[in-house]
Design a protein. Structure first.
Length: 96
C-alpha cells in the first residue's frame, strides 16, 4: 500500500512509543509527536484597556500559553494548511 507521507504524519523518527496529549479543543487523545502545539502570549487584561494603561506607564504582564491541537482542529483553526503533494515535500516555514 502506498504511503501518502514519508513520515506518516508524525515526528517520531525511530523512538518507538511516545506518550499522548489531549487536544485543547475537542478533547481527543493525540500522540505527542503528531499533535500541533502552539505557544501564544496571553494577557489577562483586555487589549484596549492594556494599551491605555501602557500609555500611562503601567506594566501589563503577558503569559505564554501552550495549546496542543489534533490535526482536525489545527486545520479548522487555520494553524496548518492543506498543501498539495509537491508542497508537502518541502518543509513548512512556521506554525505561527
Amino acid at each position: 500500500m502506498p504511503k501518502k507521507r514519508e513520515n506518516r504524519g508524525r515526528r517520531k523518527g525511530d523512538k518507538g512509543h511516545v506518550g499522548y496529549v489531549t487536544c485543547d479543543n475537542c478533547g481527543a487523545r493525540v500522540p505527542e509527536d503528531k499533535a500541533i502545539c502552539v505557544t501564544r502570549m496571553y494577557s489577562p487584561v483586555d487589549a484596549a484597556l492594556a494599551s491605555e494603561l501602557e500609555k500611562k506607564g503601567a506594566i501589563i504582564p503577558k503569559y505564554p500559553v501552550r495549546k496542543c491541537y489534533c490535526i482536525n482542529c489545527a486545520i479548522h483553526f487555520g494553524i496548518v494548511k492543506i498543501r498539495a503533494e509537491e508542497e508537502r515535500k518541502t518543509k513548512p516555514t512556521t506554525y505561527f
